[in-house]
Design a protein around this ligand. Structure first.
Ligand code: MOS
Length: 694
């Protein structure tokens, strides 16, 4: 297509930018729904047990309180494979912070006040919220999140390790982390007979509608999600969370629309978190650096409700060649809230461990860490033998090194000093699968000359709406200002979530197909649009299914320069440079922003983010943004993201791989490796706090 070059690839500014900066863009909680009431969740103060009695008298005595709901008063939901969504379905308590009652009142403040007056009598059971290796309850799941096998094995890893001239055997840990989107979870639920509209901060409107309909035993289409704008999610809004279900249950119970907004404090227990990990990596290598054995094991936690297991060792299955390999996930189900997706689930913690280990091996062998990675570049995907649709990791490492100024680096640690600061540099690689899911879209030529494209996509701040507008405009061969992208409504049909970095590749395919069909129709009618307009609908289920078998991944190389205070151990990241290969970049402005955002989040993971589990209570001691530290502007001085031109015909019509998660993968290892180079101290436990460096 000659037109494809026109706006795809251009730095188009966000089509909804003005609405957002002028405050006219509506987020879930802001929709003007008449007659709405407010619900406030009462959360369990015990980690395990059951509710024996709920004394609502004092709450109900407050003026403006409409109802106090507990497990005796609400609609019976259908059984679900996500039991944390079975809100108020039984008196049983599986974690501290679980919703055990709710107050519905005429104002937000009254509901909050009344919730504090609800007296819950508990029967308390013993609990165990501590992730410990050796726990007899630990098991290896058959499959983990994403449908990957829980365990893989090739060759004889133990024999290969025993025979290897050089062996590295190290353990890394990462703490639980919280997604902390800027917009807390919020929902307005409106019932009309047996149909339900949810204004919902949402990464996947169609998928949320489908799940909520299942929960309430309603036919497909009876639940409609409206999510025009969503203020971040990072995985936490990829499926409905308890506050959304509470809004629907409460609205049904009182027969009026109900609004629920999680407070920042409530967010920390109610909307999921990233599992902590304990990862042991064993590498066997020849003296020239070639790996003979890779064994990566990850121990993680979930709740007793659900065996959610993050795919932490999956990147190791793809990254480096070695004849003998074993990867295992192990899971302990504890009396804790259920973890779930957080940006690059599995990949982010897994690659912290693998890429730290590769750096340790490079030091051990006296080989440059880039050369070590290049020496272990596989020609096909190591465990499956699948060919790569494209793989430009080596090019990313080389080009990134050139831009960063890696050449001539003295590998000796603890040698460079600038005043009180020790200075060092580090590198790490990353990857992220290039996923695609079936999607539908409609494209409409309006009689006035404009075009409307509808798809149940979500723009969670990524710029997806803008990039899709570019794809549509190019397929239609028109200027982008003639195209309106309507997204965020489940009613527009099947579409995957803004998750797994698959949004643009999946939605864009359907948009491209619908627009291409419409352009053809317009040609047939010589551009004469009938008074009712012309519409084409596209579904990519068959196209996605028909793709050939390939290993499809985006890759990246990340470089960090850090300073470490020789006295206090404080770490400052002076510079991050990422070089990525992610297929065709549709919009350099928004894609660059995604990658830099991911890298900044990776920096934050490296140095700050840490949910402190309190084993006495089974949840987190820090539950606000004052005590859960996230990198701020002053912590992120110079973050550059670059990319290679990558042509890959085995992806989708746009040739895109997705960039939402790639940026966070490897960043923490690059920082930790730079800290080692600066100080000679190898920090294997995140975050890299002062006491760990000194
Ligand atoms: Mo991302 S954690 O798949 O929303």
């Amino acid at each position: 297509m000659t037109t494809l070059q026109r706006t795809v690839g251009a730095e188009v500014t966000r089509v909804e930018g003005r609405e957002k900066v002028t405050g006219t863009a509506l987020y879930a909680y802001e929709y003007p729904v008449p007659d709405a009431l407010y619900a406030w969740a009462v959360q369990s103060t015990v980690p395990r047990g059951r509710v024996r009695a709920v004394d609502a008298a004092a709450a109900l005595a407050l003026p403006g309180v409409i109802a106090v709901l507990d497990s005796h008063h609400v609609f019976r939901l259908r059984p679900t494979d996500a039991p944390e969504l079975a809100v108020l379905q039984s008196p049983e308590i599986a974690y501290r912070g679980q919703i055990v009652a709710a107050v519905v009142a005429d104002t937000f403040e009254t509901a909050r006040q009344a919730a504090a007056e609800v007296r819950i009598e508990y029967e308390v059971d013993d609990h165990d919220a501590e992730l410990k290796d050796g726990d007899p309850r630990i098991f290896v799941p058959d499959t983990v999140n994403g449908g990957y096998p829980g365990r893989t094995e090739t060759g004889d890893v133990e024999a290969a390790l025993a025979a290897a001239p050089v062996v590295l055997d190290v353990t890394y840990t990462t703490p639980p982390e919280h997604t902390a989107p800027m917009e807390p979870h919020a929902t307005i639920a409106v019932w009309d007979g047996d149909s339900l509209t949810l204004y919902n901060g949402d990464q996947g409107p169609w998928m949320t509608a489908t799940r909520v309909a299942e929960l309430f035993g309603l036919p497909e289409g009876a639940v409609r999600i409206v999510a025009d704008h969503t203020g971040g999610g990072f995985g936490s809004k990829a499926i409905p969370r308890p506050p959304t279900v509470l809004a629907a249950l409460a609205a049904r119970a009182v027969g009026r629309p109900v609004k629920v907004a999680a407070t920042r404090q409530q967010m920390f227990t109610m909307v999921s978190y990233r599992t902590p990990t304990l990862q042991r990596i064993r590498l066997g290598a020849e003296r020239d650096g070639r790996l003979t054995a890779i064994w990566h094991d990850a121990l993680q936690q979930s709740s007793t409700l659900s065996p959610y297991c993050e795919q932490t060792v999956t990147p190791t299955r793809v990254m480096y060649a070695a004849r003998h390999r074993r990867t295992t996930h192990r899971l302990a189900q504890l009396d804790v809230p259920t973890p779930s997706w957080m940006r690059a689930p599995g990949e982010a913690p897994g690659m912290f461990a693998l890429e730290s280990a590769m750096d340790e091996l490079a030091v051990e062998l006296g080989i440059d860490p880039i050369d070590l990675r290049v020496a272990n570049e596989p020609s096909v995907e190591p465990e499956t033998g699948r060919p790569f649709s494209s793989r430009n990791l080596v090019a990313c490492l080389r080009e990134g090194a050139a831009r960063f100024g890696w050449a001539g680096r003295d590998p000796a640690p603890g040698r460079r000093r600038e005043g009180r600061w020790l200075v060092g540099t580090g590198v790490a690689a990353g990857n992220y699968p290039a996923l695609t899911s079936p999607s539908t879209a409609t494209a409409r030529a309006e009689p006035g000359g404009g075009f409307t494209v509808r798809i149940a996509a979500a723009d969670i701040g990524t710029g997806a709406r803008t990039a899709l507008t570019q794809v549509a405009a190019d397929e239609l061969g028109v200027e982008i200002d003639r195209v309106t992208l309507d997204i965020g409504r489940s009613a527009y049909g099947q579409a995957p979530w803004a998750g797994g970095s698959m949004g643009l590749s999946s939605w864009g395919w359907a948009v491209s197909k619908a627009c291409r069909a419409l352009a053809k129709r317009l040609e047939e009618v010589s551009g004469a649009i009938p008074p009712g307009g012309l519409e084409e609908r596209a579904d990519t289920a068959e196209d996605v299914e028909a793709r050939r078998e390939f290993s499809r991944y985006a890759y990246g190389a990340q470089f960090a320069k850090v300073r470490v205070d020789a006295v206090t151990g404080q770490v400052r990241v002076d510079r991050l440079l990422g070089m990525f290969a992610a297929g065709r970049i549709i919009n350099p402005r928004t894609a660059g922003s995604q990658l830099r955002g991911g890298m900044s989040m990776g920096l934050s993971m490296a140095l700050y983010e840490n949910l402190e589990t309190d084993p006495r209570f089974g949840d987190f001691a820090n539950h606000d943004l004052a005590t859960y530290h996230i990198a701020s502007h002053a912590d992120v001085p110079d973050v550059q993201a670059h990319w290679l031109d990558e042509d890959d015909d085995e992806l989708n019509p746009m040739g895109s791989k997705g960039v939402g998660e790639l940026g966070i993968v490897g960043t923490a290892a690059a920082v930790a490796n730079a800290v080692y180079h600066a100080t000679g101290v190898r920090v294997r436990d995140l975050p890299i706090t002062l006491e760990r460096v000194r």
